[in-house]
Ligand binder design. Structure first.
Ligand code: GSH
Length: 204
């Protein structure tokens, strides 16, 4: 629930219109229906205060009163703990630890190779396509990545899945259960509201 700058929201998110990491946070803010202000950052000409807030000078950066946070998954865990409804993490420690490992793997195996380098090689594209096809079977038996409940792990992965066509990755027919999962996630109100016009245009 982003609001105009005339009111004074408690939370401010520094975001960029095509940043998949920032979209992760935008999804969680919408899941929690949190009032917040979005500062749209031009990554080629960043505002000076961003470097003061975040030593890596990156988006997403969240400011909640005195607290400044960066790193999308860290921000999202904070939001989930601070605003417990709806819960986006399992309750028992073993499942929570497994969820964190999955978020780490999504980051290291998929987001970094895809989004932290200039060009994507055909080999990397094929590798991702094969890996996504392999995990597709999971969704034959469950609605979301951790089971029946939507979680932070889904929020961590969804921005990449949304970008597949723009990355030149087409899923094979054998990945149909994954397509069904994507439709479930993309049709959520929180996901739709998280999309910037630039992100929306990636799938038109
Ligand atoms: N690991 C970070 C990655 C954030 C990131 O790479 N953000 C990019 C935009 S998508 C950025 O701010 N790039 C500008 C820069 O690094 O100078 C996270 O999960 O939040």
């Amino acid at each position: 629930m982003a609001i105009s700058s005339s009111k004074k929201p408690v939370m401010t998110l520094y975001s960029a219109s095509l940043c998949p990491y920032a979209q992760r946070v935008r999804i969680v803010l919408e899941e929690k229906a949190m009032e917040h202000q979005v500062i749209e950052v031009n990554l080629k000409s960043k505002p000076e205060d961003l470097a003061e807030l975040n030593p890596y000078n990156q988006v997403p950066t969240l400011v909640d009163r005195e607290l400044v946070l960066y790193e999308s998954n860290i921000i999202n865990e904070y939001l989930d703990e601070r605003f417990p409804h709806p819960p986006l993490m399992p309750v028992d420690p073993v499942s929570r630890a497994k969820a964190r490992l999955l978020m780490l793997r999504v980051d290291r195996d998929w987001f970094r190779p895809l989004f932290d380098q200039e060009a994507l090689s055909d080999r990397a594209r094929q590798k991702l396509r094969d890996e996504l096809t392999a995990i597709s079977v999971i969704f034959g038996g469950q609605r979301f990545l951790l089971g029946e409940e939507f979680s932070l792990v889904d929020c961590a992965l969804a921005p990449m899945l949304w970008r597949l066509p723009s990355l030149g990755i087409e899923l094979p027919d054998s990945a149909r259960p994954l397509q069904g999962y994507m439709e479930r996630v993309f049709s959520r109100e929180s996901f739709q509201r998280s999309l910037t016009p630039a992100e929306r245009s990636l799938r038109i």
